[in-house]
Every structure is written in C-alpha cells, then in structure tokens.
Design a protein around this ligand. Structure first.
Ligand SMILES: [Mg+2]
Length: 282
C-alpha cells in the first residue's frame, strides 16, 4: 500500500500532533448523546424558531447536508438566534450521565508522546462536560470549539419569517444549483476554510498531524487540506480515510508507530509487533 510505503521512510518523525473530534469519536455512538442532540435540535426549531413540525425532518437533513451543521444552516436561511441560547437548549438536556470515565483511553492518550488537540463543532461548555465525564479533561493541550471559530453576532432582531429562505421549496424544483444557496456566517467542519482556520489557530502543520473523526465527510475534508486521517467508529477504511478504527480504543493496535518515539526513549515497555509488520488499516 502506498501509504505504508511512504510511512516506512519516515516512521518515527511523521507526526507531531493528534487532532481529535469529540462527539462519537472519543466515546461510542451507542451512548445515546447523538440521538438526544438531534431531538433537542428539532425541539428548538419548533419551540424557539416556530418552524412547522411537519417540515423539521426534511429541513434538518437538508441543512445538515449542505451546511455542515443544522445550526449553520438555520443561520444561512435567515433565522437569527443567540448562539449560547441554542447551545444551552440543545446540549443542556443531553444524557451526560451515560458517559463514564474511560481510564483505558486516558492511559492511551497520556502515554502518547505527541501534541493532542480537540477539534469539535460543539460549544465549549459541552466539550468541557464531555471531557470531564470521560475523565479526559487533562489529556489535551487545547480545545478548538464553536466559539474558537465563531464570535457571537449582534443581538438578534425580532425574528421575521418573511426573510426566511425556503430550502425545502428550493430543492423541490429541478436543476437547482448548490452554488446559489445562501451562505452561512458560521464556520464549522466540514468546511475546508474552517478546518484550515482551526489548524492555523492551534499552530498545527497538517503534514505532521493525524486527524480522528467519526464523520466521513469531515475526514474527507481533512484529507483535502493535507491531514492524514483516521475514520473512527467503523473498521471500513472508506475513501479519504488513511486508517479506520472500530473504536478509539484500538488506536494502539492500529497505529503503534505513534508510540515509537516513546518506546525508543524509555525502552520497549510494550510487546506489540513492530509497526512495519502491522496492518495499519485496522
Ligand atoms: Mg463527531
């Protein structure tokens, strides 16, 4: 495999930073937070923005598909709301109690002799809560979150529905152009510009960084900006992913190279096979 060949030439110096998505990457999808989050977003759209309940599922899918997050899409099509209000509503009632301390992941992360940074579309309160619940709050150098890339807009005007772009109606017509969709002011994955901005803020060199995310489109966008990529949550190495991990707990088996510098410094503390002979696609 081309990637493996390339890796062999520079085994121990290839990476100096690990960039991790948070939700459904550092904990499993089965925790139920993603489903609860989706339900809360839908409730916010009905209760706070007055959107007709019957339109919500189709609208959510379109906004998520074309804008990266439903929130980014809502802003694009003309809804104005306070970002903190949105986040506290959507994340405030999540079943955080489902997340338990993860000492296995904690030990893996702390034993990695590389920079570790979180990059999430979520807000900082949510990120802090998740990391605290998982017992990982001191495992990362920093967190790039919603607030890092997006400043709060001017206070919202009284919502005027006459200015709302009808995205469902737009896509019900033939031959519509994605280019003509209204633009969002929100910066988030999988926008390549947002990823590049995040890398710049954290002083991260994409060529020396490996990016973990459970979203294939985020992984593919990461690949396009020059990151090496690990798709988490599946063992299938889909297009755009250099590696794939069923669970983040498999990181050492799939990527033993990441520990090589430490092993050299401290003697071989682990009995894993040499990286060169190990399947790196998990
Ligand atoms: Mg995720």
């Amino acid at each position: 495999m081309e990637f493996q060949g390339r890796y062999r030439q520079a085994q121990t110096s290839k990476y100096d930073c690990l960039l991790f998505d948070l939700d459904d990457t550092l904990y499993p999808l089965s925790s139920g937070l993603a489903v609860a989050c989706r339900n809360n977003i839908e409730a916010y759209m009905v209760e706070k923005l007055g959107i007709d309940e019957s339109k919500i599922p189709v609208m959510c899918n379109l906004l998520y598909k074309y804008y990266g997050t439903t929130m980014a899409g809502l802003r694009a099509i003309g809804y104005e709301f306070d970002y903190d209000d949105y986040h506290s509503y959507v994340h405030g009632r999540l079943p955080y109690e489902n997340l338990k301390p993860d000492p296995v992941l904690r030990n893996l992360l702390l034993s990695l002799p590389l920079r570790k940074v979180i990059f999430t579309n979520g807000d900082k309160v949510h990120a802090a809560k998740v990391l605290s619940r998982l017992g990982l709050e001191d495992c990362f150098e920093g967190i790039i979150c919603f607030e890092t890339l997006n400043s709060q807009p001017d206070p919202p005007q009284e919502s005027s529905k006459t200015d709302i772009f009808d995205i469902i109606d737009y896509f019900s017509k033939p031959n519509v152009s994605i280019e003509d969709l209204p633009k969002t002011p929100i910066r988030c994955k999988p926008s390549e510009a947002a990823i590049e901005e995040a890398l710049k803020i954290a002083n991260i060199d994409p060529k020396r960084t490996i990016f973990f995310d459970d979203s294939l489109r985020n992984i593919q966008a990461g690949k396009r900006v020059g990151l090496d990529t690990v798709l988490v949550g599946t063992s299938q190495r889909l297009k755009g992913a250099d590696f794939a991990l069923e669970s983040i707990h498999n990181i050492r088996q799939a990527l033993p190279q990441l520990w090589e510098e430490e092993d050299k410094r401290e003697g071989v503390r682990y009995s894993g096979k040499p990286a060169i002979e190990t399947s790196v696609t998990a």
